[in-house]
Design a protein around this ligand. Structure first.
Ligand code: 5GP
Ligand code: ZN
Length: 115
């Protein structure tokens, strides 16, 4: 299901162009517009879920393995030493776009602390 008023639905489904790093039938992985570190990416499901509480089982089962693959690829392509998988639920938790997404944040040796 897609929400016509949701910008991440439009990006995930290719209606709005984005810097796409990876795409399959369920997900699009894009670069974050306001990166916390070089290469900061977002994993967007193509279906609309407001947050983790709405996620369906199939997407839930796939999203962490995909995050692991993206993070591992970042180590090779960007030379980062590690990566964070971060996911916010609700305004109070820092969620600003209400379409479930997982941040993949590359972390570099000697890089700054990121809250
Ligand atoms: P949240 O705060 O909801 O967990 O994360 C939203 C993220 O989406 C932020 O890091 C923000 O920089 C990013 N973002 C917001 N709008 C856009 C957009 O139109 N395109 C891209 N690529 N990233 C966006
Ligand atoms: Zn959406």
């Amino acid at each position: 299901m897609v929400d016509e008023s949701c910008i991440f639905c439009k990006i995930a489904n290719g209606e709005i162009p984005s810097s796409t790093l990876y795409e399959d039938g369920d997900f699009r992985v894009i670069l974050d517009l306001g990166p916390a570190s070089k290469g900061h990416a977002l994993i967007l499901p193509k279906s609309h879920f407001k947050d983790v509480c709405e996620l369906d089982g199939t997407i839930a089962a796939k999203v962490l393995p995909l995050g692991a693959r993206i993070g591992t690829a970042m180590k090779k392509s960007l030379g980062c030493a590690g990566f964070n998988l971060v996911q916010n639920n609700g305004e109070a938790a820092g969620q600003t776009v209400f379409h479930f997404h997982v941040h993949v944040i590359p972390r570099y040796e000697g890089g700054p602390a990121i809250a």
